[in-house]
Design a protein around this ligand. Structure first.
Ligand SMILES: Nc1ncnc2c1ncn2[C@@H]1O[C@H](COP(=O)(O)OP(=O)(O)OP(=O)(O)O)[C@@H](O)[C@H]1O
Length: 251
């Protein structure tokens, strides 16, 4: 369970000592267990910044966030045990194989050699990685990289998964396979939070959506609730209305 309350974060503008970019402003939302929640917003809306705060990689300037009751600022170690994080860039070690990349992370998480071997083997099967498990990550396709990064995120059996644009760059088949894996994880009771800028993508997968625009939550509801509240049957139109754009701008 994720609870974000009035999160704010600004960064110093490149090349300026005084000017700051307000990346996230007063962002509040909840993501429940056994649900897939989408953080949906256009480029630069503040999605990655929000996810990085939740993953304890950066600290908020104001506000707070809890994962399973652990505060991201006060108890970052406990939060890290609860979460698996898939960053924007998978960040694999190119000289290690897929299996070694996952096993290395298992060791960092404190699994002993036997547990690490067993869990890594299970994830290789579950994520259909057998065909490339023992190849070096250097030269992997985007889909292969995403699978390895997801395996790494799942190795310590976290309750919560935080995924930054997980389907980015995946082809239709890889996207479908990833969706099916995420639905299985949801059905097992995991709390899944993912970011996307594509309404259709989010509507295929998510039970609940927080639409974020210019660093603020513009609307948070179920897919049907978003249709109803924006008065738009078409989801893309609903997204445009929610972020305050005019529908004609898309035509
Ligand atoms: N380290 C940083 N230094 C300066 N500005 C930053 C930094 N990180 C993010 N920003 C700025 O904060 C704003 C929000 O960025 P963020 O990456 O959170 O958006 P996003 O919704 O994930 O976008 P995208 O869909 O393009 O990945 C942008 O204006 C971005 O340029």
């Amino acid at each position: 369970m994720i609870k974000a309350t009035a999160l704010s974060k600004s960064f110093r503008r490149q090349g300026s000592r005084k000017d700051r970019v307000q990346a996230v402003s007063d962002v509040s939302f909840e993501a429940g267990n056994g649900q897939i929640t989408g953080l949906l917003g256009p480029n630069g809306a503040g999605k990655s910044t929000t996810l990085r705060i939740l993953a304890t990689l950066i600290q908020p300037d104001n506000g707070s966030a809890e994962i399973d009751g652990f505060d991201v600022t006060e108890a970052p170690q406990a939060v890290r045990r609860q979460i698996g994080f898939l960053p924007h860039n998978s960040g694999l070690y190119p000289r290690l194989t897929a299996r070694e990349n996952i096993a290395y992370y298992a060791e960092l998480c404190g699994l002993d050699a036997r547990q690490s071997r067993m869990k890594t083997g299970e994830l290789i099967e579950r994520l259909s990685m057998r065909g490339f498990a023992d190849r070096r990550a250097e030269g992997f396709s985007q889909g292969q990289r995403t699978k390895v990064a997801l395996g790494r995120a799942l190795i310590h059996e976290p309750s919560t998964l935080i995924l930054d644009e997980p389907t980015n760059g995946l082809d239709v088949m890889a996207t479908r396979q990833l969706r099916s894996i995420l639905r299985q994880l949801r059905d097992e009771g995991h709390c899944i939070l993912l970011s996307s800028h594509i309404m259709q993508e989010v509507s295929m997968l998510c039970d609940h959506v927080a639409i974020i625009s210019d660093g603020r939550v513009a609307l948070a509801d179920s897919i049907d609730g978003i249709r109803e509240r924006t008065g738009q049957a078409d989801l893309e139109d609903a997204f445009v209305v929610a972020i305050g754009g005019r529908l004609e701008a898309t035509e």
